[in-house]
Design a protein around this ligand. Structure first.
Ligand code: CAA
Length: 304
């Protein structure tokens, strides 16, 4: 632990670049800074950057209120994160974690820019939850130094990181990624590169099935959620979890998984599609299976 209250990082990585300061990118930047790394986080514009940095500050302030974080540590963690809108500022990074929009085109463009500014030995890691690590790696000048590092939402709280190896990733890079995840206080699991990896491969069909059960009128949203919370000990029921992850995100992932495996269980049910079309994206849009303008959130009427 350093004087600032931030533990010294324990891997050969010193500077971490994080690209994207949305929900996942801001959480990842925070986790890295909390573990003692120097973090440079890049967003496309100042507005998005300020929103992301504000999210980190709000999380830490909540931690201070809960007595989990000291005010000194809050300052130390925020002080370890530098925001930028310029990709060139990622040049000193030993590891770059990409958490931008799930679009292969956007990611390819970004990796080309990163290839041009980063050192040859810099490792690239994608936080993608559904796109192919192999396809992204193959489009860079460092396919052997490219790995998947998949964090879970909320990243500062969830203990798991999936480490994904493509057929092109070197064993040394996989080992370094595992060591890095452990240095963050996370528990890494290894997966090969098939869309959804371990967790989403199991979680997405489960959430889609919950929508089907609801759509078929078997039970109310509240009872489906209560059933899985109290019957199986899950922290959130599947429809609450869908609202939490985002209906649009889940719909997008499900389509990619269906495209990869061609199995009916990955096909998004019509109700999910209609809700996404209606802009009911869950918590972030204020409405999904529940209405978040009410406290506690109330089930939305008239969905089926
Ligand atoms: N600062 C510090 N610590 C904080 C904090 C803060 N601001 N906010 C929460 N915490 C800590 C709490 O202190 C607590 O830690 P302890 O257990 O050590 O006390 C822990 O985080 C949980 O907090 P709470 O108990 O207050 O919160 P909760 O009970 O409301 O749980 C939750 C919130 C962690 C989100 C829980 O509901 C949960 O685990 N839900 C499921 C989340 C999930 O499944 N995520 C994965 C989604 S899928 C995904 O991400 C993959 C993908 O690609 C789509």
């Amino acid at each position: 632990m350093s004087d600032s209250g931030v533990p010294a990082a324990s891997t050969s990585v010193k500077v971490v670049g994080v690209v994207g300061c949305g929900l996942m990118g801001s959480g990842i930047a925070q986790v890295c800074a909390e573990a003692g790394y120097e973090v440079v986080v890049r967003e496309v514009d100042t507005g998005a950057l300020q929103a992301g940095l504000g999210r980190i500050q709000a999380f830490l302030e909540k931690g201070v209120k809960r007595g989990k974080v000291t005010p000194e540590r809050l300052q130390a963690v925020l002080g370890a994160i530098r925001g930028t809108t310029d990709v060139a500022e990622l040049a000193p990074a030993d590891l770059v974690i990409e958490a931008v929009v799930e679009s292969i085109g956007a990611k390819r463009t970004l990796y080309a820019a990163l290839d041009a500014v980063c050192r040859e030995d810099t490792i690239f890691a994608s936080n993608t939850s559904s796109l192919s690590i192999t396809e992204m790696a193959a489009g860079t000048r460092r396919p052997d130094r490219f790995v998947g590092l998949h964090f879970f939402n909320p990243a500062p709280v969830m203990k798991l990181v999936e480490v994904i190896r493509s057929p092109l990733t070197s064993t040394t890079v996989v080992e370094r990624a595992l060591e890095f995840a452990r240095s963050l206080g996370k528990e890494p699991v290894r997966s090969k590169d098939a869309t959804g990896f371990i967790v989403n491969r199991l979680l997405v069909p489960y959430m889609l099935d919950a929508v089907r059960v609801f759509e078929q009128g078997l039970a109310s949203a509240t009872d489906i959620d209560l059933g899985m919370r109290l019957g199986c000990g899950h922290p959130m029921g599947p429809l609450t979890l869908l609202d939490f992850v985002g209906l649009d995100t889940t719909y997008y992932i499900a389509n990619i998984m269906f495209d990869e495996f061609r199995e009916a269980r990955f096909a998004p049910p019509p109700l999910l599609k209609r809700m996404v079309q209606a802009g009911m994206h869950g918590r972030k849009s204020g409405r999904g299976f529940y209405d978040y303008s009410q406290d506690p959130p109330a089930p939305v009427a008239g969905l089926v």
